[in-house]
Design a protein around this ligand. Structure first.
Ligand SMILES: CC(C)(COP(=O)(O)O)[C@@H](O)C(=O)NCCC(=O)O
Ligand SMILES: [Mn+2]
Length: 866
């Protein structure tokens, strides 16, 4: 096993240069960095890279989306107000690209070629740019693995592409470095069946030992990007397990052999300490069940191979090889003083028992001072590395907060297991989901979980539970699609972004997880009804609705069995997953008509409400406004209890009932502290806040009769107001795109709102008049709208839109409204500015757990700047 000196990644320049022909400036030419359209340039828009191994082909490809343009004038004014210089990046909704991870069996290479062809990945992925097929002839694709040589001619012949070979070791390291720096829940430990995600600080990653277990094993000391050395290895690896296993058991595939091991009992083959001593050997810390000699028992008995169970042989082999690799790895880590050891390669395949065995060996020999870690994308290190070797893909500098991982369903090639034909369009995806209905519960069937204590503390012991309880979790869907959103930023007003945890409820508590998964499952029929109705109840929408329900149920079933399947799970992830799943089946806005109807009904009574408010003194008005926000937060189509209420009354009736019940003290009641900050006490009048960010929640009464009147009060007191709305729809939440029209309607009833909206660039028509000089120019504090970067009922402040981050720089007050944004997430979040968290608790269990109260209790939590 030769070692290799330090390497630096070779960046070949195989990609064609930019094609600037017919280039033109798109959008506003006056902007400092206008968008330049390159109609003839396509290669930079999509990439594909391959790792062609002996058993699997791994593909990583990037797809990019066109954004929708928005109202330029409105955006320009907003940017001026917020001081955003770079004017070319944004449009609603968020722009971005996606990194997809796909696997094929190498012996089904034709499916892989067909997939590449159907997605046009061989010519940049953009059909419209490649009507001329002669372009395809020049395409060069990065590839690594032995198959990059073996199949080069086939790729040329069938797709007209040349494979540009990248060194395998370079790729492994580049892939691992990228994952460990960019993906939040990439690395995890796996001890006795328990998976725990480890947060790696990207600034404190190096040095580490990367152990790649393929047919053979490479141990690589990694000191930085492109800086590594193969310090050791062993010829006893995955190939040894599979090769010996095949000879000894007649298994026909690696997976079959691995599965067999799960039913094995190694006491029949291994010589244990107890076999030699008849008891434990406590002096040197060995229990009777410790393996003294793998397969040693075969020397004591006069038995033929056929007399041993293949299951036992497979388990003994697996343990022998895993322990050996774990031990050698630890010794190498010790040799170079490395604290971290990451294991990857096809041998591991996310297989619980293999990981437990390796972890045990590292733990045992290091006496608990070292820990084995595994990588969720372990099978894709090489392909990712090949992908990273393209120049100018722009991914090098991206950071954790700019990636969002999502788990689409019905895309059978994402994830560990290959379980379907290549899907080209939504129709095929739906048919594929339908098949599962016919076949029963193939993907929704409970998957047995690994119970704690599979290896036992004494180590090398017989698993406590045998057979089906030792499962591989390499089944589908534990690797998602990585959305790259370069414009996402960490919210600058977080006191401590490193310590920030968005989720309030800990779903690692199994009863909590079960409760919330059940809630979501029970809500599903109603949601499907709404989604189908939002599209006119067509046959097509019904089909998609069914497919959505099946896909989402499958996600819930998978998570019930394996909560850590998609990384660390929180309620915010679950609620976002539901929205993403709807979008996957092309339900763009399931509550569209409900939102519209509620907006109209609420706007009709806004004038009366404002008159009533204006008749009150300052103090009563402030209290009435906060009551109004809390009362109107009852309009929540995501809460079971609220939806039941709506079947019993009209919007206005429910709103009045809710307001009448607003008796103080609320369950959490910091109103007096907030009032003092706003109005002062005695003669002392405090300075108004400079700028308030209002994180609005639901459409209808919530925004129109709750948050807008509160915004108006702040504006009246001289505080700039930024309404922060969702980038994409989620339940009945109001989106940033919908807000300007709602404000425009509300402004018809109110001068304060109108002037502020004009000043903030929200009333474009009125603004045109003003700019023409035909109207008196009235100075006013602006009312603005920004998108938050999310498409969920919750908000994760580690990943917000760049506009919101820019708006936050001058803000000294934030108001978070609703259960999703201020209870499920952020209840305990600390901000550098004053923060008011307002919500009605519309779930009995949450009310009991968080505020020791009851459903419909209210929370008014005020926290001065930390
Ligand atoms: C989805 C929600 C967070 C939305 O609440 P909101 O943020 O609109 O106040 C909430 O409705 C919820 O947690 N619903 C599930 C629990 C239930 O149905 O009781
Ligand atoms: Mn909501």
């Amino acid at each position: 096993m030769a070692t290799k000196g330090s390497n630096s990644i070779h960046r070949s320049s195989s990609r064609p240069l930019l094609d600037l022909s017919k280039a033109e400036i798109q959008g506003n030419v006056e902007e400092k960095y206008p968008t330049i359209l390159l109609p003839n340039q396509s290669d930079d828009l999509s990439h594909l890279a391959l790792d062609i191994g002996g058993s699997l082909i791994k593909l990583v490809y990037f797809s990019r989306h066109e954004g929708q343009s928005t109202n330029d004038k409105r955006m320009k004014i907003l940017k001026d107000k917020l001081g955003i210089l770079n004017g070319n990046r944004r449009s609603y909704p968020i722009l971005g690209g996606r990194l997809h991870f796909v696997k094929f069996e190498t012996n089904k290479i034709n499916e892989c070629l067909e997939f590449i062809y159907s997605k046009k990945l061989h010519c940049g992925g953009w059909e419209s740019h490649h009507s001329d097929s002669t372009n395809d002839q020049n395409a060069v694709i990065k590839a690594t693995g032995g198959g990059a040589y073996k199949f080069a001619d086939l790729f040329k012949e069938r797709l007209g592409i040349s494979l540009d070979k990248e060194d395998e070791m370079d790729c492994l390291v580049a892939g691992a470095n990228f994952l460990l720096k960019a993906i939040r829940h990439e690395a995890y430990t796996h001890m006795e069946g328990q998976k725990e995600f480890i947060q790696i600080d990207p600034n404190d990653l190096f040095p580490y030992l990367l152990v790649n277990i393929g047919s053979g094993v490479s141990m690589i000391k990694v000191d930085g990007d492109g800086k590594f050395e193969r310090v050791s290895g062993t010829n006893v690896g995955g190939g040894t397990y599979w090769g010996l296993g095949r000879l000894l058991t007649n298994c026909s595939s690696f997976d079959e052999l691995l599965e067999l091991s799960q039913k094995g009992d190694n006491r029949t083959t291994d010589m244990l300490v107890g076999d030699i001593y008849g008891t434990d050997y406590p002096k040197i810390g060995l229990s009777a069940s410790t393996i003294a000699s793998s397969f040693g028992k075969a020397t004591l008995e006069n038995k033929e191979l056929e007399e041993y169970r293949p299951e036992d042989i497979s388990l003994s082999l697996l343990r022998m090889i895993s322990y050996n690799i774990g031990q050698i790895s630890y010794l190498n880590a010790l040799r170079f003083g490395l604290k971290r050891i990451f294991f990857g390669g096809f041998f591991i395949r996310g297989h619980a028992y293999t990981m437990d065995a390796i972890s045990f060996a590292v733990h045992f020999w290091s006496k608990g001072t070292a820990q084995a870690m595994f990588l969720r994308h372990e099978g894709f290190l090489g392909a990712l590395g090949a992908f990273m070797s393209y120049e100018k893909h722009g991914l090098d500098d991206l950071m954790v907060h700019q990636f969002v991982e999502r788990f689409p369903m019905g895309a059978p090639y994402t994830g560990g297991k290959i379980h379907g034909p290549p899907l080209r369009n939504l129709n095929e995806k739906i048919s594929w989901m339908e098949k599962f209905l016919q076949k029963g519960t193939e993907i929704t069937a409970p998957v047995p979980m690994t119970p704690p204590g599979t290896t036992g503390l004494g180590g090398f012991e017989v698993p406590l539970s045998k057979g089906s309880t030792l499962r591989s979790d390499a089944s589908a869907l534990n690797v998602g699609v990585l959305h790259l959103i370069p414009t996402l930023e960490v919210f600058p007003l977080l006191v401590d972004p490193k310590m920030y945890e968005p989720n309030t409820v800990d779903l690692s508590d199994h009863s909590e997880l079960e409760y919330w998964l059940t809630i979501l499952s029970e809500h599903l029929p109603d949601l499907v009804d709404k989604a189908v109705a939002s599209e006119g109840g067509t046959d097509d929408s019904k089909r998609r609705g069914d497919a959505f329900a099946r896909a989402f149920s499958a996600h819930l079933a998978r998570l019930m069995e394996e909560p850590a399947a998609y990384g660390k799970l929180g309620l915010a992830n679950l609620l976002e997953m539901r929205e993403e799943c709807l979008r996957e089946f092309q339900f763009v806005d399931a509550y569209r008509s409900i939102k519209q109807r509620e907006n109209e009904a609420s706007l009709a009574v806004l004038h009366d409400l404002l008159m009533e408010l204006d008749s009150l003194d300052e103090e009563t008005r402030l209290l009435t406004l906060i009551e109004g926000v809390l009362a109107a937060n009852i309009f929540d189509w995501g809460s079971r209890a609220c939806v039941d209420l709506y079947h019993k009354g009209t919007i206005i009736e429910i709103y009045r009932m809710s307001r009448n019940k607003m008796q103080r003290p609320w369950r959490v009641d910091d109103f007096d502290a907030f009032k003092e900050r706003m109005l002062g006490s005695g003669d002392k009048k405090p300075l108004p806040h400079r700028r308030a960010l209002l994180f609005v929640d639901n459409s209808g009464a919530d925004i129109v009769l709750g948050m807008l009147p509160l915004a108006r009060e702040l504006l009246r007191r001289g505080t700039e107001v930024v309404l922060v709305g969702n980038s994409l729809p989620a339940l009945n939440d109001v989106t940033a795109m919908e807000l300007p029209d709602i404000v425009a309607e509300a402004a018809k009833h109110c001068d304060i709102l109108r002037r502020a909206a004009e000043s903030g660039g929200l009333l474009v028509d009125a603004m045109t008049n003003t700019l023409d000089g035909s109207k008196e120019k009235l100075p006013s504090v602006p009312l603005m709208v920004v998108e938050n970067g999310c498409g969920s009922p919750c908000i994760d402040f580690r990943q917000v839109s760049s506009e919101l981050a820019a708006a936050a720089k001058d803000a000294d007050l934030i108001i978070l409204e609703g259960m999703g944004r201020s209870l499920h997430t952020n209840l305990y979040a600390q901000f550098k500015c004053d923060a008011l968290k307002l919500a009605m608790v519309k779930n009995q269990r949450l009310a009991e757990k968080l505020v020791q109260g009851n459903i419909y209790d209210c929370v008014c939590k005020y926290e001065p700047a930390y």
